[in-house]
Design a protein around this ligand. Sequence first.
Ligand SMILES: *Cc1c(COP(=O)(O)O)cnc(C)c1O
Length: 277
Amino acid sequence: MCSSDLHVRLVDVDDAFAMRPDALDAAIRADLAAGLRPFFVGATVGTTSSLAVDPVAALARVCRAYQTWLHVDGAMAGVAALCPEHRGLLDGVALADSFCTNPHKWLLTNFDCDLMWVADRAPLVQALSILPEYLRNAASESGAVIDYRDWGVPLGRRFRSLKLWFVLRHYGLEGLRAHLRAHIALGAWVAEQARSDDRFEVVAPPRLGLVCVALRAGDDATRRLVEAANATGRVYFTQTVLAGRVALRFSVGTAATQREHVEAAWSLLGDLATQVA
Ligand SMILES: *Cc1c(COP(=O)(O)O)cnc(C)c1O
């Protein structure tokens, strides 16, 4: 799919909704042949819709061949790499130019707090730094400090690292892992329920705390299920469209969510599924 007016290309995905490196390569070659110069590729580890994971190492090889910046967006899923058993999510990220993940999503930190890494900060700083006389100072000029004002568009910035520091201190690494693992186990439980109920179909590989389910009765029934469940005021689901099919996103990820809430939510869906079909 192309949106040539915007000079943004949406690259084809595979059956698991992950970006296809061959399709990326072809899109870059087509642009080069048209006299354009692709300079940035945005890959995702854990897409918003289905938590699909792009094959970052293979995409990095394509980007390297064409000297294109590769950014990896791990906004939601990236924090799961705190658990050794989920570190594979970050395979290939060391080959990327930049990576981000959001503690404000799934790591118990209040909005907003995003973490960004760059392999080489020089191009970022060269692109964004401004240095009027009144910002000059000895500490910056000697390289004694890093001026994060040169890493983004605004000059002023809030002290976000302080609240993250408190979260890290309060929960500790094991506490944060336990929080993530509890949600991941609940996600696996939901996937199991969905697979053993004939009325439902799991329409994307379940990952971490997210399971995308559709009713076999069809898209209209799935949409009615989302609406009916939300109308109870006891749960809130969003829907997505995957390979042309409407799916309900069962996402476990908020701080207060416990097993009992997830079980009650699944049982509610089970009751409503027959009514809406
Ligand atoms: C939530 C999400 C975003 C948006 O992140 P913000 O930093 O809150 O704007 C981007 N990418 C993915 C994959 C997300 O899940």
